[in-house]
Write a protein that binds this ligand. Structure first.
Ligand code: IPM
Ligand code: MN
Length: 365
Protein backbone atom coordinates (compact mmCIF):
# COMPACT_ATOMS: atom_id res chain seq x y z
CA UNK A 1 0.00 0.00 0.00
CA UNK A 2 1.38 3.41 -0.95
CA UNK A 3 1.61 5.84 1.93
CA UNK A 4 1.38 9.62 1.84
CA UNK A 5 3.76 11.08 4.40
CA UNK A 6 3.00 14.63 5.43
CA UNK A 7 3.27 16.98 8.38
CA UNK A 8 0.11 18.40 9.94
CA UNK A 9 0.46 21.85 11.53
CA UNK A 10 -3.03 22.90 12.69
CA UNK A 11 -1.90 26.10 14.43
CA UNK A 12 -4.32 28.48 16.16
CA UNK A 13 -7.95 29.66 16.12
CA UNK A 14 -10.13 27.65 13.77
CA UNK A 15 -7.02 25.82 12.49
CA UNK A 16 -7.40 22.65 14.62
CA UNK A 17 -11.14 22.23 14.01
CA UNK A 18 -11.02 22.62 10.24
CA UNK A 19 -7.85 20.50 10.07
CA UNK A 20 -9.54 17.63 11.88
CA UNK A 21 -12.35 17.36 9.34
CA UNK A 22 -10.01 17.98 6.39
CA UNK A 23 -8.03 14.90 7.43
CA UNK A 24 -11.26 12.88 7.54
CA UNK A 25 -12.18 13.98 4.03
CA UNK A 26 -8.65 13.26 2.84
CA UNK A 27 -8.87 9.77 4.26
CA UNK A 28 -12.26 9.15 2.64
CA UNK A 29 -10.86 10.25 -0.73
CA UNK A 30 -7.58 8.33 -0.64
CA UNK A 31 -8.57 5.06 1.04
CA UNK A 32 -10.56 3.65 -1.89
CA UNK A 33 -7.46 4.18 -4.05
CA UNK A 34 -5.42 2.02 -1.69
CA UNK A 35 -3.50 4.95 -0.23
CA UNK A 36 -2.67 5.24 3.46
CA UNK A 37 -2.16 8.54 5.26
CA UNK A 38 0.97 8.73 7.38
CA UNK A 39 0.95 12.12 9.05
CA UNK A 40 2.62 13.57 12.11
CA UNK A 41 1.24 16.60 13.97
CA UNK A 42 3.41 19.43 15.27
CA UNK A 43 2.88 22.80 16.93
CA UNK A 44 3.16 26.06 15.05
CA UNK A 45 2.21 29.68 15.76
CA UNK A 46 0.75 30.94 19.04
CA UNK A 47 0.23 27.48 20.48
CA UNK A 48 3.91 26.74 19.84
CA UNK A 49 4.90 29.99 21.58
CA UNK A 50 2.80 28.97 24.59
CA UNK A 51 4.00 25.37 24.75
CA UNK A 52 7.57 25.63 23.48
CA UNK A 53 8.53 29.30 23.55
CA UNK A 54 8.92 29.63 19.78
CA UNK A 55 6.41 30.12 16.94
CA UNK A 56 8.36 27.66 14.80
CA UNK A 57 10.19 25.21 17.07
CA UNK A 58 13.13 23.16 15.78
CA UNK A 59 11.14 20.00 16.49
CA UNK A 60 8.39 21.21 14.14
CA UNK A 61 10.92 21.88 11.39
CA UNK A 62 12.23 18.37 12.03
CA UNK A 63 8.77 16.85 11.53
CA UNK A 64 8.38 18.82 8.27
CA UNK A 65 11.82 17.77 7.04
CA UNK A 66 10.89 14.11 7.39
CA UNK A 67 7.72 14.65 5.35
CA UNK A 68 6.85 15.02 1.67
CA UNK A 69 4.50 17.98 2.22
CA UNK A 70 3.05 20.18 4.95
CA UNK A 71 -0.66 20.63 5.57
CA UNK A 72 -0.91 23.90 7.44
CA UNK A 73 -3.87 25.41 9.34
CA UNK A 74 -3.49 29.03 10.32
CA UNK A 75 -1.58 30.99 12.95
CA UNK A 76 -2.07 34.03 15.15
CA UNK A 77 -4.74 35.56 17.34
CA UNK A 78 -5.49 38.30 19.88
CA UNK A 79 -3.55 36.48 22.60
CA UNK A 80 -0.23 37.13 20.83
CA UNK A 81 -0.98 40.54 19.30
CA UNK A 82 0.88 42.43 22.02
CA UNK A 83 4.17 40.68 21.21
CA UNK A 84 6.73 42.70 19.21
CA UNK A 85 5.82 42.39 15.49
CA UNK A 86 8.84 40.20 14.68
CA UNK A 87 7.77 37.69 17.36
CA UNK A 88 4.11 37.47 16.38
CA UNK A 89 3.04 34.06 15.09
CA UNK A 90 2.26 35.23 11.54
CA UNK A 91 5.69 36.64 10.99
CA UNK A 92 7.74 34.39 13.25
CA UNK A 93 6.28 31.18 11.85
CA UNK A 94 5.21 31.81 8.27
CA UNK A 95 8.14 33.77 6.89
CA UNK A 96 10.85 31.48 8.34
CA UNK A 97 9.06 28.32 7.20
CA UNK A 98 8.79 29.73 3.66
CA UNK A 99 12.46 30.59 3.64
CA UNK A 100 13.64 27.37 5.28
CA UNK A 101 11.91 25.19 2.69
CA UNK A 102 12.50 27.60 -0.23
CA UNK A 103 8.75 27.80 -0.85
CA UNK A 104 9.15 30.30 -3.66
CA UNK A 105 5.89 29.78 -5.55
CA UNK A 106 2.58 30.65 -3.97
CA UNK A 107 -0.49 29.65 -5.96
CA UNK A 108 -3.76 31.17 -4.83
CA UNK A 109 -6.78 30.05 -6.82
CA UNK A 110 -9.45 32.76 -6.96
CA UNK A 111 -12.50 30.60 -7.35
CA UNK A 112 -16.10 31.64 -6.89
CA UNK A 113 -18.81 29.18 -7.89
CA UNK A 114 -21.64 30.53 -9.98
CA UNK A 115 -24.01 29.41 -7.19
CA UNK A 116 -22.22 31.70 -4.72
CA UNK A 117 -21.94 34.96 -6.67
CA UNK A 118 -24.04 36.60 -3.94
CA UNK A 119 -21.01 36.23 -1.66
CA UNK A 120 -19.00 38.64 -3.80
CA UNK A 121 -19.19 42.39 -3.23
CA UNK A 122 -19.25 42.68 -7.05
CA UNK A 123 -22.62 42.90 -8.77
CA UNK A 124 -23.70 39.51 -10.08
CA UNK A 125 -24.04 40.88 -13.62
CA UNK A 126 -20.29 41.51 -13.63
CA UNK A 127 -19.52 37.91 -12.74
CA UNK A 128 -22.48 35.92 -14.10
CA UNK A 129 -20.43 32.74 -14.30
CA UNK A 130 -18.61 33.22 -11.00
CA UNK A 131 -14.83 33.72 -10.95
CA UNK A 132 -12.00 31.39 -11.90
CA UNK A 133 -8.51 32.90 -11.89
CA UNK A 134 -5.22 32.11 -10.20
CA UNK A 135 -2.62 34.35 -8.64
CA UNK A 136 0.98 33.09 -8.79
CA UNK A 137 2.94 35.03 -6.19
CA UNK A 138 6.72 34.96 -5.75
CA UNK A 139 7.15 34.10 -2.06
CA UNK A 140 10.77 34.08 -0.94
CA UNK A 141 12.23 37.24 -2.48
CA UNK A 142 11.58 40.93 -2.90
CA UNK A 143 11.03 43.45 -0.14
CA UNK A 144 10.00 40.77 2.38
CA UNK A 145 13.46 39.28 2.49
CA UNK A 146 15.83 42.03 1.27
CA UNK A 147 18.14 43.92 3.66
CA UNK A 148 16.28 45.87 6.36
CA UNK A 149 17.51 48.33 8.91
CA UNK A 150 16.50 51.02 11.35
CA UNK A 151 18.93 53.58 12.73
CA UNK A 152 19.06 56.97 14.39
CA UNK A 153 20.71 59.81 12.50
CA UNK A 154 23.10 62.34 14.05
CA UNK A 155 20.30 64.91 14.23
CA UNK A 156 18.12 62.48 16.19
CA UNK A 157 15.81 61.64 13.29
CA UNK A 158 15.13 57.93 12.74
CA UNK A 159 15.38 56.19 9.38
CA UNK A 160 14.12 52.74 8.44
CA UNK A 161 14.50 50.90 5.15
CA UNK A 162 13.36 47.70 3.44
CA UNK A 163 15.04 46.77 0.20
CA UNK A 164 13.39 45.08 -2.76
CA UNK A 165 15.83 42.72 -4.45
CA UNK A 166 15.30 40.29 -7.34
CA UNK A 167 17.62 38.10 -9.37
CA UNK A 168 16.69 37.11 -12.90
CA UNK A 169 16.86 33.43 -11.90
CA UNK A 170 14.26 34.05 -9.17
CA UNK A 171 11.95 35.66 -11.70
CA UNK A 172 12.46 32.85 -14.21
CA UNK A 173 11.60 30.11 -11.75
CA UNK A 174 8.31 31.74 -10.76
CA UNK A 175 7.56 32.29 -14.45
CA UNK A 176 7.99 28.53 -14.95
CA UNK A 177 5.22 27.94 -12.41
CA UNK A 178 2.97 30.53 -14.07
CA UNK A 179 3.66 29.00 -17.49
CA UNK A 180 2.72 25.51 -16.28
CA UNK A 181 -0.45 26.90 -14.75
CA UNK A 182 -1.39 28.87 -17.89
CA UNK A 183 -0.81 25.82 -20.09
CA UNK A 184 -3.30 23.83 -18.02
CA UNK A 185 -5.81 26.67 -18.23
CA UNK A 186 -6.64 29.16 -20.99
CA UNK A 187 -3.08 30.04 -22.02
CA UNK A 188 -3.11 33.63 -20.79
CA UNK A 189 -0.62 35.19 -18.36
CA UNK A 190 -0.76 38.71 -16.99
CA UNK A 191 2.49 39.81 -15.35
CA UNK A 192 2.07 42.55 -12.76
CA UNK A 193 4.84 45.01 -11.87
CA UNK A 194 5.59 48.68 -11.29
CA UNK A 195 8.07 49.11 -14.14
CA UNK A 196 7.32 52.84 -14.43
CA UNK A 197 9.01 53.33 -11.05
CA UNK A 198 10.97 50.33 -9.74
CA UNK A 199 14.18 48.89 -11.20
CA UNK A 200 13.29 45.41 -9.92
CA UNK A 201 10.10 45.74 -11.98
CA UNK A 202 12.06 46.76 -15.09
CA UNK A 203 14.03 43.52 -14.72
CA UNK A 204 10.81 41.63 -13.98
CA UNK A 205 9.10 42.87 -17.16
CA UNK A 206 12.12 42.31 -19.40
CA UNK A 207 12.61 38.81 -18.00
CA UNK A 208 8.93 37.91 -18.40
CA UNK A 209 8.89 39.15 -21.99
CA UNK A 210 12.06 37.36 -23.04
CA UNK A 211 11.55 34.17 -21.07
CA UNK A 212 8.00 33.55 -22.25
CA UNK A 213 8.85 34.45 -25.86
CA UNK A 214 11.60 31.85 -25.72
CA UNK A 215 10.02 29.09 -23.63
CA UNK A 216 6.28 29.37 -24.16
CA UNK A 217 5.64 31.53 -27.24
CA UNK A 218 2.17 29.99 -27.62
CA UNK A 219 1.01 31.74 -24.43
CA UNK A 220 -0.57 35.18 -24.52
CA UNK A 221 1.43 37.48 -22.23
CA UNK A 222 0.28 40.89 -21.04
CA UNK A 223 1.75 43.32 -18.50
CA UNK A 224 -0.01 45.63 -16.05
CA UNK A 225 1.22 48.10 -13.48
CA UNK A 226 0.11 46.98 -10.05
CA UNK A 227 -2.11 50.00 -9.39
CA UNK A 228 -3.99 49.36 -12.61
CA UNK A 229 -4.13 45.62 -11.85
CA UNK A 230 -5.78 46.37 -8.49
CA UNK A 231 -8.39 48.48 -10.26
CA UNK A 232 -9.02 45.85 -12.95
CA UNK A 233 -9.44 43.18 -10.26
CA UNK A 234 -12.28 45.17 -8.75
CA UNK A 235 -13.81 45.97 -12.15
CA UNK A 236 -13.66 42.67 -14.03
CA UNK A 237 -11.65 39.88 -12.37
CA UNK A 238 -12.37 37.38 -15.14
CA UNK A 239 -10.31 39.39 -17.62
CA UNK A 240 -7.42 37.63 -15.90
CA UNK A 241 -6.60 33.98 -16.04
CA UNK A 242 -3.13 33.53 -14.53
CA UNK A 243 -1.58 36.49 -12.74
CA UNK A 244 2.12 36.37 -11.92
CA UNK A 245 3.78 38.91 -9.67
CA UNK A 246 6.40 39.64 -7.05
CA UNK A 247 6.00 38.99 -3.35
CA UNK A 248 4.40 42.14 -1.94
CA UNK A 249 2.25 42.95 -4.97
CA UNK A 250 1.02 39.36 -4.80
CA UNK A 251 0.26 39.70 -1.11
CA UNK A 252 -1.96 42.70 -1.73
CA UNK A 253 -3.57 41.58 -4.98
CA UNK A 254 -4.37 38.13 -3.63
CA UNK A 255 -6.25 39.66 -0.69
CA UNK A 256 -8.22 41.77 -3.13
CA UNK A 257 -8.87 38.66 -5.19
CA UNK A 258 -10.00 36.95 -1.98
CA UNK A 259 -12.66 39.55 -1.29
CA UNK A 260 -13.99 39.71 -4.84
CA UNK A 261 -14.33 35.91 -4.60
CA UNK A 262 -16.59 36.25 -1.59
CA UNK A 263 -15.73 34.21 1.45
CA UNK A 264 -12.14 33.55 2.47
CA UNK A 265 -13.58 30.33 3.84
CA UNK A 266 -13.48 28.88 0.32
CA UNK A 267 -9.95 29.89 -0.70
CA UNK A 268 -7.07 27.44 -0.65
CA UNK A 269 -3.40 27.95 -1.43
CA UNK A 270 -0.24 26.05 -2.31
CA UNK A 271 3.34 27.16 -1.69
CA UNK A 272 5.74 25.06 -3.72
CA UNK A 273 9.41 24.62 -2.98
CA UNK A 274 12.50 24.21 -5.12
CA UNK A 275 13.14 20.65 -3.83
CA UNK A 276 11.36 17.55 -5.03
CA UNK A 277 10.13 15.01 -2.48
CA UNK A 278 10.67 11.26 -2.73
CA UNK A 279 7.74 11.00 -5.15
CA UNK A 280 9.53 13.28 -7.59
CA UNK A 281 7.03 16.11 -7.01
CA UNK A 282 7.68 19.48 -5.36
CA UNK A 283 7.76 19.63 -1.59
CA UNK A 284 5.05 22.12 -0.65
CA UNK A 285 3.03 23.77 2.09
CA UNK A 286 -0.74 23.89 1.75
CA UNK A 287 -2.88 26.30 3.72
CA UNK A 288 -6.21 28.13 3.62
CA UNK A 289 -5.94 31.74 2.44
CA UNK A 290 -8.04 33.02 5.35
CA UNK A 291 -6.83 33.52 8.89
CA UNK A 292 -7.52 32.01 12.30
CA UNK A 293 -10.96 33.69 12.66
CA UNK A 294 -10.59 34.07 16.45
CA UNK A 295 -14.15 35.42 16.75
CA UNK A 296 -15.63 32.03 15.87
CA UNK A 297 -12.80 29.71 16.95
CA UNK A 298 -13.87 26.69 19.01
CA UNK A 299 -17.55 26.97 18.03
CA UNK A 300 -17.30 24.43 15.22
CA UNK A 301 -19.08 26.72 12.79
CA UNK A 302 -16.10 27.68 10.61
CA UNK A 303 -16.15 26.81 6.93
CA UNK A 304 -13.75 23.86 6.45
CA UNK A 305 -13.77 24.11 2.62
CA UNK A 306 -10.54 26.13 2.31
CA UNK A 307 -8.66 23.57 4.41
CA UNK A 308 -10.20 20.67 2.50
CA UNK A 309 -9.38 22.29 -0.85
CA UNK A 310 -5.83 22.94 0.36
CA UNK A 311 -5.52 19.23 1.11
CA UNK A 312 -6.67 18.57 -2.47
CA UNK A 313 -3.90 20.86 -3.76
CA UNK A 314 -1.41 18.84 -1.70
CA UNK A 315 -2.53 15.66 -3.44
CA UNK A 316 -2.22 17.34 -6.83
CA UNK A 317 1.13 19.07 -6.50
CA UNK A 318 3.16 17.12 -3.93
CA UNK A 319 1.81 13.61 -4.59
CA UNK A 320 0.83 13.80 -8.27
CA UNK A 321 -2.70 12.56 -7.48
CA UNK A 322 -4.67 14.85 -9.74
CA UNK A 323 -7.68 12.53 -10.08
CA UNK A 324 -8.25 12.34 -6.34
CA UNK A 325 -7.71 16.09 -6.00
CA UNK A 326 -10.42 16.64 -8.61
CA UNK A 327 -12.71 14.24 -6.79
CA UNK A 328 -12.41 16.30 -3.61
CA UNK A 329 -12.87 19.58 -5.50
CA UNK A 330 -16.04 18.29 -7.21
CA UNK A 331 -17.40 17.00 -3.91
CA UNK A 332 -16.93 20.43 -2.30
CA UNK A 333 -18.62 22.12 -5.22
CA UNK A 334 -21.49 19.62 -5.26
CA UNK A 335 -22.08 19.97 -1.52
CA UNK A 336 -22.30 23.75 -1.87
CA UNK A 337 -24.59 23.48 -4.91
CA UNK A 338 -26.85 21.11 -2.99
CA UNK A 339 -27.28 23.83 -0.39
CA UNK A 340 -24.97 22.60 2.37
CA UNK A 341 -23.42 25.82 3.59
CA UNK A 342 -21.67 27.22 6.63
CA UNK A 343 -22.67 30.68 7.89
CA UNK A 344 -20.20 32.62 5.73
CA UNK A 345 -21.83 31.38 2.50
CA UNK A 346 -25.38 30.67 3.72
CA UNK A 347 -27.34 33.75 2.47
CA UNK A 348 -30.63 33.05 4.10
CA UNK A 349 -30.36 29.26 3.87
CA UNK A 350 -29.96 27.47 7.20
CA UNK A 351 -26.27 27.48 8.07
CA UNK A 352 -24.66 24.21 9.11
CA UNK A 353 -21.57 23.61 11.25
CA UNK A 354 -18.04 22.54 10.40
CA UNK A 355 -18.70 18.83 10.94
CA UNK A 356 -21.95 18.71 8.97
CA UNK A 357 -20.26 20.56 6.09
CA UNK A 358 -17.43 18.04 6.07
CA UNK A 359 -19.94 15.15 6.24
CA UNK A 360 -21.80 16.56 3.23
CA UNK A 361 -18.52 16.68 1.29
CA UNK A 362 -17.47 13.21 2.37
CA UNK A 363 -20.82 11.82 1.25
CA UNK A 364 -20.18 13.20 -2.25
CA UNK A 365 -16.76 11.66 -2.77
C1 IPM B 1 -0.05 36.01 3.59
C2 IPM B 1 0.08 36.79 4.86
C3 IPM B 1 1.57 36.88 5.23
C4 IPM B 1 2.28 37.59 4.10
C5 IPM B 1 1.86 37.56 6.56
C6 IPM B 1 1.05 36.98 7.69
C7 IPM B 1 3.33 37.52 6.90
O1 IPM B 1 -0.48 38.05 4.74
O2 IPM B 1 0.28 34.82 3.56
O3 IPM B 1 -0.51 36.58 2.60
O4 IPM B 1 2.33 38.81 4.07
O5 IPM B 1 2.81 36.90 3.23
MN1 MN C 1 -1.45 38.40 2.85
Amino acid sequence: MQTLKFAVLPGDGIGPEVMKVALEVLEAATEPAGLALDFEEADVGGIAIDKQGSALPESTIGVCEKSDAILFGSVGGPKWESLPPAEQPERAALLPIRKHFSLFANLRPGLLYKELTDASPLKTERIPEGIDIVCVRELTGGIYFGPKETHTLDDGDVVASDTMVYKRSEIERILDVAIASAKSRSGKICSVDKANVLTTSVLWRKTATEYIAKNAPELELSHLYVDNAAMQMARDPNQFDVLVTENMFGDILSDEMGIVCGSLGMLSSASLGTQNNQHGHPFGLYEPSGGTAPDIAGQRIANPCAQILSAALMLRYSFGLNDIAEKIESAVKQAVMDGHRTGDIAFGTDPIGTDAMAQAIKARI
